[in-house]
Design a protein around this ligand. Structure first.
Ligand code: FPP
Length: 228
């Protein structure tokens, strides 16, 4: 959800104003994606690297997430959204952890759309913690297949993503879902996250629909032998 800071600066407002608008955009986007048949949506809310930001911005974001959970959780629950939070919980405050637990518990039976919020998350952290858990479980090196390791990863409950959308104009993955996005279609847009509305979503989905996904194979027609 990149571009909140610039969106605010363009309006001569503090960066926090952009993050607030980012939350509103997220709440709308969740329903727009669900209406279009998307079943799993994950958003990168705070990366392992975001701690490097000024103290005020980090604490502002923490407070914003806390407020956002209490403000929107009833609506999300009523809209059929199941919420999960993934990431390293070790540096997150007890208050925020309690709010996460409540959000997960309240929405656990919902199935319209699975929303995963990645918070204090990094793709490299995920691979590392999965290996650590597997080793702690006594999994032997020879038994550590891709499938086994995937079960220990933070996104173990979700299918690998079909589409990766990055707003804000940067063309990189920035340590998001590194393992899971091996065959994910990438879509980059200049649009700043608070402006990511229905039109932008339809544009991204249309671009995805036009992609030829071969997963390392060759087009089906070329796999037929002569006479088939
Ligand atoms: C990146 O924009 C955005 C973030 C680091 C924060 C995103 C978090 C939210 C929108 C809050 C999510 C809340 C809940 C409840 C899940 P940036 O600040 O890097 O923007 P810039 O590139 O324009 O500086």
């Amino acid at each position: 959800m990149d571009g909140n800071g610039r969106w605010a600066q363009q309006r001569y407002m503090p960066r926090f104003f952009g993050h607030k608008a980012g939350v509103d955009a997220l709440v709308k986007a969740v329903n727009l994606f669900a209406d279009r048949g998307v079943e799993y949506l994950s958003v990168f809310a705070f990366s392992s690297e975001n701690w490097k930001r000024p103290y005020d911005e980090v604490s502002g974001l923490m407070g914003l997430v806390l407020v956002a959970v209490s403000k929107y959780i009833t609506k999300m629950a009523a809209d059929g959204i199941r919420i999960r939070i993934v990431g390293d919980r070790s540096r997150v405050s007890d208050r925020l952890l309690a709010a996460w637990d409540e959000a997960e518990r309240l929405t656990a039976d919902n199935r319209r759309l699975h929303l995963t919020v990645a918070f204090n998350y990094g793709g490299r952290w995920d691979v590392t913690q999965a290996c650590q858990k597997a080793m702690a479980d006594g999994v032997k090196a020879a038994d550590l297949t891709e499938e086994v390791l995937a079960q220990y990863m933070a996104f173990h409950f979700a299918p690998d993503p079909d589409l990766f959308i990055r707003t804000g104009g940067e063309m990189r993955i920035s340590n998001y879902m590194l393992w899971q996005s091996a065959y994910t279609e990438l879509y980059f847009t200049e649009c700043l996250w608070p402006d990511f509305d229905a039109v932008q979503i339809d544009r991204a989905l249309a671009a995805f629909a036009g992609r030829d996904r071969r997963f390392g194979s060759i087009p089906a027609a070329q796999t037929l032998s002569a006479g088939d």
